[in-house]
Design a protein around this ligand. Structure first.
Ligand code: TGC
Ligand code: FAD
Length: 407
């Protein structure tokens, strides 16, 4: 056995080597080295966009409760909308590149990532996957550019975790369809030009592309949110909405339709929350090195170091999980149950990190001068939407036991 390198930068034991290079506090495991050049380019471009266009304004938008709709075209020009879809003027990037973009967007704010998730994974994806060629040509290029904004209506006031109990329905009337019912908690509802609405029909669950200026369609914005404030959330009401035969998505007529869209969006969330987690950890690290109490930086206290290490480890671990899911999705081997693993574990970890970070910032941690409380409040929504923590637990529980425990 050879032992060498004392006084140099590595130990050498037989075949294995240990580098004495100190890890980067902001990328402890050097996850950056696992990315290729194209992935780094996407990551850096989106990170730069967030630092320039989002970070300086987001505290104000969040406080006012607005999402600046002009961002849609900017994100469209950058190729961020439906970026993992092929053709129809979509960027056609890898799933991993899409995940990295979600991470950087959510480091800015969950609402900004949510806008992109809903547009790309929930409104464009069903058209791309289940739409006719005419529907794809008509809608996807303009949605990719940000000219048209979409939303996704699955949840109802009485059908949240159990969307298959939906009451919104569509019936045929000659060649037309008539839609009645309402959807609740719909992101981008009041911004949308088209809504992808899932309904019960005699033929099973079907998706419709509903132009939001159709007679009988109304969107009512939900106000007074204490979370995800830089995001528009709405109730959609459909009162005898008459649609032509070609408004229905022809290629699916079961819950497989909406649930397939959720796989895409949950994948983006598993990545996105790593960004929120990183932002909270970095804010706490910076603050703890500057804030002096008892004549020393609070970073010098063992209890603070323990929090910082917990936050760093949790963020890095979640990043590795997200990257692993990304590699599997690109290889075509990712299962919905593995997406549930990432959604459940990464969101709860991010929430824990945000809460720890908030405590490190003391009183400043409750203000919007720092990003931590905003992320913490946002993550309460992310914990609930796209399948609650409990639902993803049950999805994985069913997978490992073979016994469904939903009802
Ligand atoms: P189940 O009876 O098991 O299956 C019905 C049909 O669906 C198929 N399927 C899936 N297909 C694709 N992907 C999946 N993950 C699928 N899971 C099931 C299944 O094969 C079957 O197909 P078919 O053709 O044989 O009929 O399904 P279920 O209705 O009992 O549902 C089970 C459950 C509880 C897991 C599901 O309802 C669920 O995931 N509930 C959570 C609801 C949820 O996540 N809602 C999210 C709304 S959208 C949102 O929150 C947007 S937030 C904004 C943002 O993303 O930023
Ligand atoms: P419920 O289903 O009523 O759940 C309440 C509690 O009961 C939760 O803790 C849940 O985990 C638990 N529970 C339920 N069933 C079980 C069970 N079988 N076993 C154990 N525990 C259970 N939806 C859309 O369709 N489109 C959107 O764009 C969209 N955007 C959203 C934006 C925001 C800001 C929010 C807050 C929600 C959004 N949603 C959207 C809705 C979201 O998907 C639902 O809120 C979510 O699926 C949970 O439904 P619920 O709120 O009705 O809770």
């Amino acid at each position: 056995m050879e032992v060498s390198g004392v006084g140099t930068d590595r130990y050498h034991f037989g075949m294995s080597q240990i580098s004495l290079q100190k890890p980067d506090p902001r990328d402890f495991l050097d996850i950056d080295s696992l990315l290729d050049d194209e992935e780094r380019l996407v990551r850096d471009t989106v990170r730069d966009f967030v630092r320039r266009e989002i970070d300086p304004h987001i505290g104000g938008w969040w406080e006012e409760g607005v999402f600046p709709v002009e961002l849609a075209k900017v994100m469209g020009d950058m190729g961020l909308l439906g970026m993992h879809l092929e053709g129809y003027d979509c960027a056609g990037t890898s799933a991993t590149a899409y995940g990295l973009a979600c991470l950087e967007l959510e480091a800015g704010d969950s609402g900004v990532r949510s806008f992109t998730s809903v547009q790309g994974s929930l409104a464009m994806f069903p058209i791309w996957e289940f739409g006719s060629e005419e529907q794809k040509q008509e809608y996807l290029p303009r949605m990719a550019s940000g000219e048209l904004i979409g939303c996704f209506g699955l949840t109802e006031a009485d059908s949240g975790s159990d969307p298959s109990s939906m009451k919104t329905n569509a019936r045929r009337d000659g060649d037309d369809w008539i839609l009645n019912g309402s959807k609740m908690w719909i992101t981008n509802g009041n911004l949308a030009d088209i809504a992808v609405v899932w309904t019960r029909t005699d033929e099973g669950v079907r998706g419709f592309i509903v132009p939001t200026d159709t007679k009988g369609f109304t969107a009512n914005e939900i106000k007074h949110k204490a979370s995800l404030r830089a995001s528009v959330t709405s109730e959609l009401v459909l009162d005898n909405v008459r649609l032509p035969a070609d408004a229905v998505l022809p290629e699916v007529s079961s819950m497989r339709g909406p649930l397939s869209c959720l796989n895409e969006a949950r994948f983006g969330i598993a990545w996105g929350v790593v960004g929120a987690s990183r932002a909270c950890y970095e804010a706490a690290l910076d603050y703890s090195l500057e804030r002096v109490q008892f004549d020393q930086p609070i970073a010098s206290f063992q209890l603070t170091q323990q929090k910082l290490v917990e936050m760093m480890v949790s963020t890095q671990r979640a990043n590795l999980v997200a990257l692993h899911l990304g590699r599997r999705k690109d290889a075509g081997t990712l299962s919905p149950q593995q997406v549930s693993f990432g959604k459940m574990d990464n969101v709860r970890n991010a929430l824990d990190v945000a809460r720890l970070a908030r405590s490190v910032l003391g009183a400043n941690g409750i203000t919007l001068e720092y990003p931590v409380f905003r992320h913490m409040a946002n993550l309460e929504t992310v914990y609930t939407y796209e399948g609650t923590n409990e639902i993803h637990t049950l999805i994985m529980g069913e997978t490992i036991t073979g016994i469904g425990a939903f009802d």
